[in-house]
Design a protein around this ligand. Sequence first.
Ligand SMILES: Nc1ncnc2c1ncn2[C@@H]1O[C@H](COP(=O)(O)OP(=O)(O)OP(=O)(O)O)[C@@H](O)[C@H]1O
Length: 459
Amino acid sequence: MDRYKLIKEVGDGTFGSVWRAINKQTGEVVAIKKMKKKYYSWDECINLREVKSLRRMNHPNIVKLKEVIRENDILYFVFEYMECNLYQLMKDRQKLFAEADIRNWCFQVFQGLSYMHQRGYFHRDLKPENLLVSKDIIKIADFGLAREVNSSPPFTEYVSTRWYRAPEVLLQSYVYTSKVDMWAMGAIMAELLSLRPIFPGASEADEIYKICSVIGSPTEKTWLEGLNLAKTINYQFPQIPGVPLSSLMPSASEDAVNLIERLCSWDPCSRPTAAEALQHPFFQSCFYAPPSLRPKPSVARTPPPPVGPRGSFEHQSVKRQPVSLANAKPFNSYASPKSHAAFGSGVQRKLEMANQDGTRNTKAVRSSVRDSKYRPPGKKSPPALNKNRFTRSVSEAADKLANMTIGGTGSRRHSVSVVGQHQQLKPPSMKAGWVGETRDMYLRPTQPTTNAYSRKVAG
Ligand SMILES: Nc1ncnc2c1ncn2[C@@H]1O[C@H](COP(=O)(O)OP(=O)(O)OP(=O)(O)O)[C@@H](O)[C@H]1O
């Protein structure tokens, strides 16, 4: 670690604190995630999902893991550095983002997701804080909960941030898919367009209530499997008609609203895949430039944006024709004009009780950490790193971190560099929110004249 100088803490997550740092030898700015838990052997490290999944991914919209270091039983991840996350961009903003910016970000994220899902992984914890931005580029970060799609259910230990959690996960389904990432993206898109979280549930039960309040309660037509799933846990959905999504984001285009409706479909099968989302008319003005066709970047370590408005890339021939999505259902079909008396009964308590089951998730822990997450950084000085290094040899570390590649010079005794591996893998599932908005926030159309994020942090 003495090759790096820690500059400033830029993030404090559940599992680690993240620091901006400089590689003293090369001058490269990096982000170093110092894990909170101690790791007493490499065996423990290689089993970390973050290591397992990230080392296999090499995509311009997935944050690059450059190196893993274990020193004095502390584990450090060295990542490429990104300027900020999407939440930070939204929180103090009064003026809505231009839709073109949102389109550009989302197009890139869907490309990253498409890559990841096709290689057999799903993220399980997409949220604005995990989407990192540097200038026009956005990258998916925090693979602490990523899973291989073909890993065997039941996925019991998952946790995800509640506001972005898919209904099948809220209903405790043990079998869920990469479509949970698509739900999260729908919620994130809506938040980007309105500068307000769309489903800000204060508990799991309230989360379902918030979802019903917006997209309307599920019916046999819209999510038969979900109704069955609810029966198995003795849960009864509140009966609420929902509201037109456009009323929550009056300035959003029809295409944007339509894409969000599809992403936030009750039935996971009705949600588009990431590859299908890229074909949605909302992205008509975007096109994907395969890496081989991209203009060479002038600075080698900063890849060019993989997306841009028509004409921003040299190779316009790669522009795709938009196609309509399969399984699309009109948004209004979600509406179910019944009362919502069923909610708030013993059923709700049951869900809340489930929250307290420590064997199933760590949501409470995450929630409390998250409350303190947005304090201004830089108050602490960089931790004094013990110079007494981890003494294992490179070859041993390499053996342990099976598919990682040892990088650099022979002097790197305690660290392992990582390069993306284009292996064919099999894909898979999610963390917690905090008490926030009042229940009826989305029952009436709102204008983002006040900033939702001050409440979000304070709540
Ligand atoms: N590569 C990076 N460059 C710049 N900042 C980063 C980078 N990686 C993470 N961060 C910052 O640190 C924060 C926490 O990082 P991360 O989500 O990886 O930690 P975590 O412990 O897994 O957090 P969580 O509680 O979300 O699980 C991010 O929201 C982001 O602001």
